[in-house]
Design a protein around this ligand. Structure first.
Ligand code: AMP
Length: 494
């Protein structure tokens, strides 16, 4: 294993967007796109635009709707820009990490939005600091910005991005504003999503295609792992440069299971269809006949409808019912600071409809179990509501290890499945039966192989090189580092 790395600094489970238009101001389309990506981050929201002469920036803590006043958008002049929503990782609520990160330097202005997490931040930061770079945050995004700014001093944009990609390791989907040029970059293994959309009068780059939909655009395609996409500054098109190529990708399967919107299309698959398909697999692998199938709203819905449909197709006498109601005004239980607060929040958030449940055997379907708080509380709630038996079916494999690639999953000690088998977990949550989905079902539903997925949280083996953890890849670094940036810079005909 090459020299060890670890994930330092806050994780960045976020949403990014970039827009280049033909004359019209980019701020409103960016704002609407951020609304569509709000589920990817609720801690802060920001937009950086460029009007051809100067950069404009507005970054605030809070939800998109709270972070911008109408006047703020009017002041963000220019037909090109980028935006960001940031996820509130417990313990890192920090105004200095809000993005886009922006900086002015000798070769112009830079804005940077990052989704993902680098695994060599500390060594890069040390090196840059030794060369006189001053840092204002402890995040990895600023490290990327300094690397890029340094490379732009003696290389053109494409070469500078390539050099930067050869230095930064880990997970990153970036939208970058270099003056009025907007770029999108996806790490060589394509861990986090990023896609390209065409608008009536321009182009957009976004974490998820749902953001393109709200702008009435058309999804063109996903940005490829290791690809740089440069939007033309008049919104007329884009250029593509395959800067780094690796044998395998490491797409995060959890994007499909939990994180992304079901109406987004990621790496060729509609998330909703994938979840339904995973539900079908769940029935095939561990179906149990009960009176009712109940989804845990909202994330378990598509899984449960796929599961119930497969059961009915097999002739099972089972109905599908929305027997749990969600109070959408309660914040996400996951980020509550204490276990007590998390348990209270589940109770506030989910309320069973007694009439649907009383006297029935039920199968409850959720996308995942992390700490086990939700499932423990649910079994209790459903039993109290009169369920005769409660069977839990989970649309993902057991989460046994942390995520270092940008999803806040909790530490190993907090994960209910770390070091425990399914029977022990069943006992802990007190369900009548419990079954997880197999890893093969995930690969199957995504029409890919395990070798092209990041499965770190369910196998404990990571596609990146992380200190103290094992890797499932032989080669984790893009090789053929070429300081001149000449080799491998190919322009495709997109
Ligand atoms: P837990 O209650 O800790 O077992 O967490 C599982 C619940 O949290 C499930 O209902 C999931 O939909 C949801 N969940 C899974 N992963 C995450 C995450 N990274 N952030 C927030 N919620 C999550």
């Amino acid at each position: 294993m090459p020299e060890g790395r670890h994930s330092d600094g806050p994780t960045e489970k976020c949403g990014v967007v970039g827009v280049s238009l033909d004359g019209r101001d980019a701020s409103r389309p960016l704002y609407y796109a951020l609304y569509a990506l709000q589920h990817r981050g609720q801690e802060s929201a920001g937009i950086v635009t460029h009007d051809g002469f100067q950069q404009h920036s507005h970054v605030e803590m809070g939800l998109v709707g709270d972070a911008f006043e109408p006047g703020d958008l009017d002041a963000l002049n220019g037909a090109t820009g980028i935006g960001h929503v940031r996820y509130p990782t417990a313990g890192s609520v920090n105004a200095c990490c809000a993005q886009p990160f922006s900086v002015s330097f000798k070769s112009g202005s830079l804005g940077l939005s990052h989704n993902g997490n680098l695994v060599n931040t500390a060594e890069l930061r040390e090196e840059l600091a030794a060369n006189g770079h001053a840092f204002t945050s402890d995040g990895d995004t600023e490290v990327i910005a300094h690397e890029l700014a340094r490379n732009l001093l003696d290389a053109d944009l494409i070469r500078a991005v390539k050099r930067t990609m050869n230095r930064i390791h880990g997970s990153y989907s970036l939208t970058i504003a270099h003056d009025d040029t907007v770029l999108g970059v996806r790490d060589p293994q394509g861990n986090r999503p990023l896609c390209i959309g065409e608008l009536e009068d321009g182009y957009v780059l976004a974490s998820e295609s749902a953001a393109i939909d709200v702008l009435d655009g058309e999804l063109v395609r996903d940005v490829r792992p290791g690809e740089l996409v440069v939007l033309e500054d008049d919104g007329a098109g884009f250029e593509s440069y395959q800067l780094v190529e690796m044998d395998n990708s490491a797409h995060c399967f959890f994007e499909h299971v939990y994180f992304a919107r079901p109406d987004s299309r990621i790496d060729g698959s509609l998330v909703y269809d994938v979840r339904r398909e995973l539900g079908r697999h769940l029935w095939a692998e561990s179906g149990v006949e009960t009176d009712v199938v109940l989804p845990v709203p909202d994330s378990g819905r598509a899984f449960a409808s796929g599961y119930a449909k497969a059961a009915q197709d097999d002739g099972a006498d089972v109905s599908f019912a929305e027997g749990l109601m969600k109070n959408r005004y309660v914040g996400r239980t996951f980020i509550m600071p204490t276990q007590d607060a998390r348990e209270r929040a589940v109770r506030l958030k989910l309320n069973p409809i007694r009439d649907v449940i009383e006297g029935k055997t039920v199968t409850v379907i959720d996308d995942s179990i992390v700490r086990g708080t939700t499932s423990t509380q649910l079994v209790e709630l459903l039993t109290e509501a009169g369920a005769e038996a409660v069977h839990m079916r989970i649309g993902a494999p057991a989460i046994v290890a942390p995520c270092y690639m940008g999803i806040d999953m909790a530490s190993r000690e907090e994960l209910i499945a770390a070091g425990r088998d399914t029977e022990a977990i069943r006992e802990e949550i007190d369900a009548d039966s419990l079954a997880y989905l197999s890893i093969d079902a995930i690969a199957d539903a995504l029409e890919t192989t395990r070798a092209d997925l990041c499965l770190g949280c369910v196998t404990g083996e990571y596609p990146y090189d992380i200190e103290g953890e094992s890797t499932d890849r032989e080669v984790i670094r893009p090789d053929g580092e070429d300081a001149s940036g000449d080799a491998g810079v190919a322009r495709s005909d997109d």
